[in-house]
Write a new protein. Structure first.
Lengths: 112, 113
């Protein structure tokens, strides 16, 4: 099993550009989520999904969109990047009832 | 609501020193509690967990006990090594909110030889 994979590993954008951060898992987990990690703030939940076709907002959803068309994939879209979105983004997955989340290696995003 | 508070860092210790990283939580239900570790340049990895009061989670010499009376889950290790240098996150998972996770801000640990 590859676990949770994320692409790209690094990305630099200019203000106003759009992009999609990819996340995939091969563990057949129903629950997937996106976090951003900023210094001194820990991990903050952006969006999450409890299954294909179902998504919901987390703590900091503004400026981000998600969709969940398959169990395996959970892409995060930045519609118009802003410098405040410079961060490290982590995708995670879990199976309901097991309590443990599995994290991807992260995407380091810089918005100029 | 749910929240996790952990001690501020950074923490610097000499090799073989005793480690404690404090973590307290607020939860509306009966959460599961976790410690995750993040090594430089990597994602988070589960270090240990406890799912009910008085449970003790342990792994790689680290331990933490779920204390409902003090709403705490402090991480301890009797003798740290240089390879333990990392950022440690305390977290809770609440079944009442669909297993949503709530993380503390992280504590950076550096162990010097």
């Amino acid at each position: 099993n590859a676990g949770v994979t994320q692409t790209p590993k690094f990305q630099v954008l200019k203000t106003g550009q759009s992009m999609t951060l990819q996340c995939a898992q091969d563990m057949n987990h129903e629950y997937m989520s996106w976090y951003r990690q900023d210094p001194g703030m820990g991990l903050r939940l952006i969006h999450y999904s409890v299954g294909a076709g179902i998504t919901d907002q987390g703590e900091v959803p503004n400026g981000y969109n998600v969709s969940r068309s398959t169990t395996e994939d959970f892409p995060l879209r930045l519609l118009s990047a802003a410098p405040s979105q410079t961060s490290v983004y982590f995708c995670a997955s879990s199976q309901p009832g097991t309590d443990t989340q599995y994290f991807g290696p992260g995407t380091r995003l810089t918005v100029l | 609501g749910n929240s996790v508070t952990q001690m501020e860092g950074p923490v610097t210790l000499s090799e073989e020193a005793f480690l404690t990283i404090n973590c307290t939580y607020t939860a509306t239900g009966y959460p599961s509690l976790f410690w995750y570790v993040q090594y430089p340049g990597e994602g988070l990895q589960l270090l240990l967990k406890a799912t009910k009061a008085d449970d003790k989670g342990s792994n790689k010499g680290f331990e933490a006990t779920y204390r409902k009376e003090t709403t705490s889950f402090h991480l301890e290790k009797g003798s740290v090594q240089v390879s333990d240098s990392a950022v440690y996150f305390c977290a809770l998972s609440d079944r009442n909110t669909g297993n949503q996770f709530y993380f503390g801000t992280g504590t950076s640990l550096t162990v010097i030889p």
